[in-house]
Ligand binder design. Sequence first.
Ligand SMILES: [Zn+2]
Ligand SMILES: [Zn+2]
Length: 343
Amino acid sequence: MSGDLASPVARFAEPKIDSAQILQPTALPGYHIGMRRRYWLGGAGALTAAGLANAAYRVSPAFWHQFSREIGRPVMPTPLIPNPKQWPDRGVYAAWLGHSTVLLKIDGFTLITDPVLGERVGIELGLFTLGIKRLTAPALRTYELPAIDLVLLSHAHMDHMDTPTLRSLESGKTVVVTSPKTSDIFRAARFKQTHELAWGERVRVGPLEIRAFEVNHWGARMRSDTYRGYNGYVIESDGGRRVLFAGDTARTGAFRQLRSSKPFDLAIVPIGAYNPWIRFHCSPEEAWSMGNDAGAERFLPVHHQTFQLSREPLVEPIERFHEAAGREAGRIAVHTIGQEIRL
Ligand SMILES: [Zn+2]
Ligand SMILES: [Zn+2]
């Protein structure tokens, strides 16, 4: 970073807005920005002025346009509120909490995928976060969650790996499974164990075996840290239950290799942020077909209705997903944030 702060600070105060430009995954804090960890101060995640200026400098004008538009916009309340503390210890239960955050209980073992439960995702500035604002509130706040046995993280993009949420989940009883070279982003030592899984690797956690597989995405949180991994996961329980968590992915043939003699009880698949980012995020039709390639019985579509990361209208992904399913739309187990299901 340049030692000259004048230019970045000026940009922070007076963003040049090109309304024709839309947000790009490489240029907004919802994904990654050009900021280095050395600007962070301790556990509170506060930034120095230099860090703030650098962050402001590296974020695209389109981001500032969206940020300023969103300041006064209220966050819609969650349509439904699940009650996971009532879930029994037998069977598979799931609730969609928003974006890619799904709470699951499999035979009494509780896990959460990509927990992101704050009002914004982006850069932490002490008490608030500079980033993309939610459209819809999370279905549960962290203090409303049951005790979490396992946190499953697909990759380091800020809409999937949210350091304030992860801090609130720190516990000596909770295991974290994440993608390669990402555990430096959160305080891994404050959890019971943290496992970084490369594609094809597996780990046993309680009654579950977690296996990472290759998806079609990328892992950099900031501009240059392209070494970070990105995973999908197969979750198998001792009781024979199978759940697929696809993380973020564009179209790929990798799901065919996940098919086995036993179907997946549930496939958690991303269906939004494809316009124009189809190179990074699959379309609803592709998500439907990839889940079927893997042998999914039921679907929990995620990565929509929570953050505006792309051009498509808010409800288009779930509408297209329903159309893709056609007469089999009954296999879509969850449609609404906060909805809970028993499998
Ligand atoms: Zn991503
Ligand atoms: Zn994402």
